[in-house]
Every structure is written in structure tokens, then in C-alpha cells.
Ligand binder design. Structure first.
Ligand code: ZN
Length: 411
């Protein structure tokens, strides 16, 4: 046997379990497994779960703030504008270096699946694809990175982005992105949506768009995307990130759109770090939170997850590539404090995010790939509350990272 984990505390189970791994797969989960193993870990009653998933990040942009120490950003428009300055200096090597720092942090923090958007426009060109593809290749033995072709500055506004989107898909991007609200008219937004669906159909790819990342209720592209998914039968294949305007609509229209989102089998990713910072920025008190209607979407049966989005870039100056920290932030932003809501937050970085990334071979179950994390925690609430150490991060039955903080109290 490759690995035997003894005395694991597993979610929703009272009794401690042993987990047997062979050939990178979970072979058995039950108490009292007796067998020889190349490696034996005594979890000592600590929580053992599936490894984490980061469903929405921008690995081409991360850490770019280190290159722009004087950047001053107030709005999303500022962030895009200042980012464009850095974009001129993008190179495959720079993206590999900046992104590599984040990927290593993700691994250390127990995240072994990542979905990254990459900017495609007249300034970025295609180097963002090449840089993140190089990152994907460099870390492929440990982490799985999906690439989303993303026209940040629009497609009608920036027609060369259409060619770059097609080129990125030809080169091997996994998912078609979009940013339909960033066009000059609703008709252009509709044309943007149609272009993205046409491209996705051509490659039989999933879609993951940035949708209505604004607190202005004028923008209604979430409904456009849901309508298009329903019309084309692209059910269960479309994810919308942000959807902040949904929170700005009146309750009646919001309920109407949520019903369409549910009908289209769409998934939603909220990104509290960036949205808490950039939405509602011009409000006088009370200042809106800016995140989407998480609880209403969940109540409608929609899969909702959350992502880091931006990290140490012009959109967001912090971020630690830490899914437990994000769960804590999302709990505050979405007011999720009841026991079942706290459990749901953990589902959002594990099993629910797996649905968005289309990971069939994922989960703490017999027969699945042994991607796991052993936390210095007894339960989910403690893990999120204390940002518990990832005592072991395990990929395909192999330990790929260990963390144990030492604290010396001099009292
Ligand atoms: Zn984003």
C-alpha cells in the first residue's frame, strides 16, 4: 500500500477512520485498517478532507502590484487602466515568476485545482496564454490548472480580442470566458455573449464569464447569458463570476433572473475580496457590500462558490492564495454563520467547486484520486475560524506540503 492515514476525523462521521491509498487512489475508508504501507500518517483525530479548489483567479495578473508600488486605484475602471500599464511589460518569464509564487502558496495551502482567467486584448496580446500555459506545464505534476480565455476589455470595443480568443482556444485554453457588460451598448453586450457561445460550441468547451461586475443595475447581462444558455441548450455548462449587479436590482427583477439562472443550470462564483473593495465605492452611507445575492441563489438551488479573483494586483492589494481565509471572508460578506451555512462554505471550496471545474474524479470516496488535506482542526468551523495549519497536503497519495506553525508564548 502506498499510504495509510490512521485516525482521521472525516466530515459527517462520528467515528475516526483510516484511509488506505494505493496507486494514487483511495482504496478503503473504514476504522481499523491493518496493512503494511510505504508511508503511515497518524492524523490523531485531525480533520481530513478533500484538497481545495480555487475556481476563479487571474494568474497572469497576480503579484503585479510589486511592479507598480505607487498605483492608486479607487474604481474597477481605475484598476483596469493601471493594470494596462503593467500589461505592456508582460512576458512569459514574468508571468511564470509572479504566478509561480501564487501556485506554490496554493499548494502549501492545500489547493490542488485552479481555474485561471487570462486577459486577451490589444495590449496583453497572447503572452498571457503562453505564460499561464507555461505555469500549468511547470506545476502539472502537483496541481491542475484550467485556463479561461478572457476578453477583459470587451470584444466589440476591442475587435482583436476576438482573434486572440480564437487563438487561445486553438492553443489549448480549456474554457471560454467573457465580459459582456464591458461593451458600449446592450446590443454589443448581446453580440459579445453570442460570440462566446459560438466559440464554446466550436470547441465543446464550458463557459465561465465575468458577468455584471458592477453595482449599477443598468447592466443586465446575466439575464442575456441565461437566455442564451437556455436557447442553445447549454444547460449546466455556464458559470458566471461576480454578478454584482444582481444585488443592485429590485427584488422582483432579481428573483426573475435567478429563476432563469437556475433553469439554465448556471453556476455562480462570487469574489468577495475584489467586490467588497471595488463595488459600492461611490456610495455614501450605507455603503453596499457589492457581492451577489449568495443566499437567494443557494435557496434557488444554484451552485455558488467563491474565488480569490485578484491577488496583489491593481484590483486587490492583498490575498494569500488561501481558501480557508477566503471562506472566512465570504462568511462575513454573505452573512453565513449558521452551522449548515458554515458547512456550505467548506463545500464551496471542495465539492461544489468540483462541479464548476467538471472534476468527476474528485472527493473523499473510495475509488477517487487521493487528493487530500489534513488540517490542524477538529471541525469545519475551527478550520475556518483559525485558518488551521495544513499539516499535510497530499496529491495522488504523495505528501506535497507540510505546515506546522510554532508559537512560543513568553508569559
Ligand atoms: Zn475575475
Amino acid at each position: 500500500m502506498q499510504l495509510l492515514i490512521k485516525n482521521a476525523r472525516i466530515r459527517h462521521k462520528k467515528e475516526w477512520m483510516d484511509i488506505a491509498v494505493e496507486g494514487g487512489k483511495i482504496m478503503d475508508i473504514r476504522p481499523g485498517i491493518v496493512s503494511e504501507a510505504e508511508e503511515v500518517i497518524d492524523a490523531e483525530g485531525h480533520l481530513v478532507t478533500s484538497s481545495f479548489i480555487e475556481p476563479h483567479i487571474h494568474l497572469d495578473k497576480v503579484n503585479v502590484l510589486d511592479e507598480l508600488p505607487d498605483a492608486k486605484v479607487v474604481t474597477l475602471e481605475d484598476a483596469i487602466e493601471v493594470q494596462a500599464i503593467a500589461k505592456k511589460n508582460y512576458s512569459e518569464e514574468r508571468i511564470l515568476k509572479r504566478g509561480g509564487d501564487v501556485v506554490r502558496r496554493e499548494i502549501a495551502n492545500g489547493t490542488l485545482h485552479i481555474r485561471s482567467h487570462i486577459d486577451l486584448d490589444d495590449v496583453a496580446g497572447i503572452v498571457t496564454y503562453d505564460g499561464v500555459a507555461a505555469l500549468k506545464e511547470a506545476y502539472k505534476d502537483t496541481v491542475d490548472i484550467q485556463i479561461v480565455a478572457f476578453p477583459q476589455v470587451g470584444l466589440m470595443k476591442c475587435p482583436v480580442a476576438k482573434e486572440l480568443m480564437a487563438e487561445a482556444m486553438r492553443r489549448g485554453a480549456d474554457v471560454v470566458g467573457g465580459m459582456p457588460a464591458n461593451e458600449n451598448t446592450p446590443d454589443d453586450s448581446r453580440a459579445h455573449v453570442k460570440f462566446c457561445f459560438d466559440l464554446a460550441e466550436k470547441y465543446d468547451a464550458d463557459i465561465d464569464m465575468h458577468v455584471d461586475e458592477t453595482d449599477d443595475p443598468f447592466y443586465r447581462t446575466l439575464e442575456m447569458v441565461a437566455d442564451e444558455a437556455i436557447a442553445r441548450g447549454y444547460i449546466g455548462r455556464v458559470t458566471a463570476g461576480h454578478t454584482c449587479a444582481l444585488a443592485a436590482y429590485d427584488d422582483h427583477y432579481a428573483a426573475y433572473v435567478i429563476e432563469k439562472v437556475a433553469k439554465a443550470g448556471m453556476r455562480i462564483i462570487t469574489n468577495p475580496p475584489t467586490n467588497l473593495m471595488l463595488e459600492g465605492r461611490m456610495d455614501k452611507q450605507p455603503i453596499r457590500r457589492g457581492i451577489t445575492r449568495v443566499k437567494e441563489l443557494l435557496d434557488a438551488g444554484v451552485t455558488v462558490c467563491f474565488g480569490q479573483d485578484n491577488l496583489n494586483d491593481t484590483f486587490y492589494p492583498f490575498g494569500a492564495a488561501n481558501s480557508l481565509q477566503l471562506a472566512n471572508l465570504t462568511a462575513h460578506a454573505a452573512q453565513m454563520t449558521a452551522p449548515d451555512e458554515i458547512e456550505k462554505l467548506y463545500d464551496m471550496i471542495t465539492t461544489e467547486a468540483a462541479k464548476i471545474l467538471g472534476l468527476g474524479d474528485y472527493g473523499l470516496e473510495v475509488g477517487k484520486t487521493a487528493d487530500m488535506v489534513i488540517l490542524s482542526a477538529q471541525d469545519i468551523r475551527e478550520a475556518i475560524r483559525l485558518d488551521s495549519d495544513r499539516l499535510y497536503v497530499i496529491h495522488k497519495g504523495k505528501v506535497v506540503a507540510k505546515t506546522k506553525r510554532e508559537v512560543s508564548l513568553m508569559i
